[in-house]
Structures are given as C-alpha cells and as structure tokens.
Write a protein that binds this ligand. Sequence first.
Ligand code: GLN
Length: 530
Amino acid sequence: VPHTKFIVVTGGVLSGLGKGVASASLGRLLSQYKVVPVKLDGYLNVDPGTMNPIEHGEVFVLDDGGEVDMDFGHYERFLGITCKFDWNLTMGKVFDAIRKKERRGDYLGQTVQYIPHVVDHIKEHILATAKTEHADVVLIEVGGTIGDMENELYVEACRQLKKAVGHENVVYVHLTYIPVPSGVHEQKSKPTQQSVSLLRERGIQPDIIIGRCKERLSDKIKKKIAIFCDVDEDAVITGEDTDNVYKIPGLFHDEGITKILERKLGIPISPPLAKWHALLTRKPEKAINIAICGKYTKLEDSYASVVEALKHAAMHEGAQIKLHWIETTDVEQGKRTAHDAISGMHGVIVPGGFGARGAEGKIDVIRLCRERKIPYLGLCYGLQLAVIEYARDVKGLANANSTEIDPNTPHPVIDLLPDQHDITEKGATMRLGGHDVRIKKGTKAHAMFGDTARLRFRHRYEVVPSYVPKLADGTLVFSGTNKSGEIMQILELAGHPFFMATQAHPELTSSLDRPSPFFHEFVKAALGKG
Ligand code: GLN
C-alpha cells in the first residue's frame, strides 16, 4: 500500500448494533495488511478502568497495561494483533493533553478552542498513530450514535481527515438499523435515511452503508437506500443478525463488501475466510451446561471475553455451550442453594470480580465443585476465592478470607500486593497488563503451556506468600508464579478431573484462531474428555 488508507466507521439510528464487531470484521477481511484500529470514545473518563462493568461492559486490558473499551477485545480476536493503549482515544485523554499543552505554553497568545485546537489534536493523534505504526490501514471507530453531542468533535475530525490525507484514501462506512415492524412485515429505510442525513449535515457522505437487520436486505430496499442516500447500489450491505459473531466477516464478504473496499481503497484484498470456515460449518456434537457465577450477570457484556473464550474452545471441540448465569448474591442471601444453582452443570466458572457482595455465594459454589469433582475454572477473583475455600475447609483456617472482603479476618490468606499499600488513586493503579508466568514442571499447567506463558492481569490482591507453604500441600499445587516466584498466578488440584484457577485473565488472550489453553482444557473436561 503506497499510502495509508483510512476507514471511518460511524453508527446511526441506535446504539447496540454491534459497531465494534462490524469494524473488527472489516479489519479481518483486510488482515493481510497491517491494520491499526483506533477507537474514539466520547466520555470524559481517561479510560474505562474506573467504570462499572454493568454500565459500560467489560473493561478490556491490553498487554501494555492499558485499560480500554471492550471493542479492543473484538479487534484483537478478529485481527490476531496486540493493540496499544494509545489507540483508544477518550475525551478524558484529549482534554488532559490539551490542558497540558496550554499550561506548557504551546498555544501562547491564542484562545484555545474546540475548533481548531481540540479537533486538530484528535486528527494529529490519528495521523501520528498511522505513522508510528507504519499502518497500511487505520480503522477508526467513532463511538456512539451520529447526533450524540459528546462525539461531535470526533466526527468533525474524521470529516477533516479526507482533506488531510486525500479523499481517495478515506472510506466512510455507516452502520444503521433496518427495522421490520411487526404487522407491516416490510424492511423500513426511513431511520437509515434520517441518520445519513445527520451524517451529511456534518459533511460526511458515506461510501458504504451496512444495514443491520434480522433478515437479508431485499434488492428493493437496497435500491431505495442507494438512491436516497446517494451511495452505489452494491455498497448497501446487509448486516444480518447472527448467532455467532465469527460468521460476520464471511457474511459481509458474501454481500460483496470486499469488492467495494477494493474499488474504493484501490488495493487488492484476499480475506482469510477459509481459516474459520471449517469451524463455523461444523455441527456441534454435544451440548454442555456451563455456569458463570458473578454479580454482574445482569449484563452479559460485563463478561464478554469470558463468553467468547468459551465459544472458541467449544467450536474447536464441536461442543455447544449452554450458559447459565448464576447470581451469587442469591446464593449468599439464601434465595437458592449452591447445590441447586449448579445442579446439572458440566463445568463452573468464577470470573473476575471486586468487593464482598456475592463472594460467600461463590465460595459455596467452589466448595461443591471441589468436593463433587465438577470441572472448575477460576479467573482472578476465582483463584482468590478458591484459595479461601481451601484454607477454610481443608486447612482448617477458620474464617480465612481476603482483606478485600473482611479486613479483620484472623487468616488473611489474600491481601493487597505489597506495592499496592500506598496507592490512593483509583485510575490505572492495579497490577495491570501482560506478565510472563513461570510454570512448574510436571503440572497440568506445564502440559498446557510449557515453561512460560504470557498472560494478562488486572488485580490489587494476591495470595499472601507466608501462607503459601501451608496451603500448597501437594493436592493444592501453585503451578505458576511470576518470574521471581513471589506472586502465585496459577493453582491446580491434583486428583480432580479439572480444578484450575489463575490470577490472570486468560479470557483476554483467547481467540478462535488460538483458544486459551485454560478454556480449552476446561471445556474438554466438561465434555468428559479430560
Ligand atoms: N478484586 C480482586 C483483586 O483486586 C480480583 C480482581 C479481578 O478479579 N480482576 O485482586
């Protein structure tokens, strides 16, 4: 590619249409090139790390330690790349930078304004990223829905982009919604027309329109949208609802989007569709029930990567996963028993979490998994709670706990990491990002990873080193530590078909191309193949 190409993806009509997955799918089609995704978020938080996952979905953690929008999970999984914190711009970051520049005197004599200064900053950030990354294609996803006040400056920066890099190097993609109202049974284009008109008011003429719909768009509606929105007829693409997001690149390709991208970008494209095809067309042989225990179960997006990682493993094993969300506050409050909550389950996951609420319910569930030999996978908090359970019930350390849950516990088996004690600020202060994990020979973890594994972390607490000799009794084995051997990162139980937990978040580094061994072995065990 002689020139970096820019694809700008905006959303219209309503949120929740899967703009992140659509962008990632475009990226996958183009993945023979160096594609760099950039996400523009309108909120004033510096990053989503301080936001409640119920409100904003999962916080994704990058190898470089950046806490970013969950769409980066889609980008990494679809593109097989390692993204950077810098690629997620937020208005919090933008204003931070502008304020610093102003105090430094960069704008001396000038009135600092939204236009040109803030918009220029956004534009320069995108261009600088393209340059430092030597990107062939920069895939820009504008957060929110067109017309949102908080994203206007991003939209303006993206409009100006075509002047900065040449209009032949920019393609604007607009994702909208095509309703089929009940009673009318007809695909409706009006919301798309109105949303494109909002986009054009802002000086952006879309090149490609993707209409999210529960069915294939008819030729009739494609023609209508093409005429009213002034796009080529073959550039109106169906974004058909699907039960499996990994089908979307193929669906887009079948709708002809690759051809259009070739034409608009002026580059040849050969999408890697064959790679997923075999997995996508395989008929699942067996269904298994998997329970995910948490307190954010009301919003499945809070555990998006966990769900994806399970899918990856299941697709490789020809299994169909039936997910059961277990609200452990219900177990704790006696609304249902742990026994009832996990009866019929072939495997149980306790994912990451914070705070006391629901923790005792999770511990009850973990005890049953250990005693009844039900496959168990603990992720981060799921390791800490497994240690507490073992300390109490096997080691007789009554009321053992984490100081996060009970600061006055007589046996603080889980406590703050030593370098966390003096930290008072909340933003980006956990132990974050990718770390090499040293793995003990002769363990299950070693069979899965070999001598080292690179895993991602997001925690403040750890297994207290002075308790480790007491806990590691040969049945409980700490099979992975950090490089210096002080921080326990993986545990497993001998004599159990599958009981593993990790202080890391292996769900963040799983993809359909390379499922996480933790999830893969867990699913195998749940299938009885252990
Ligand atoms: N709350 C625990 C800690 O801070 C676990 C964090 C997590 O599960 N991500 O260590």
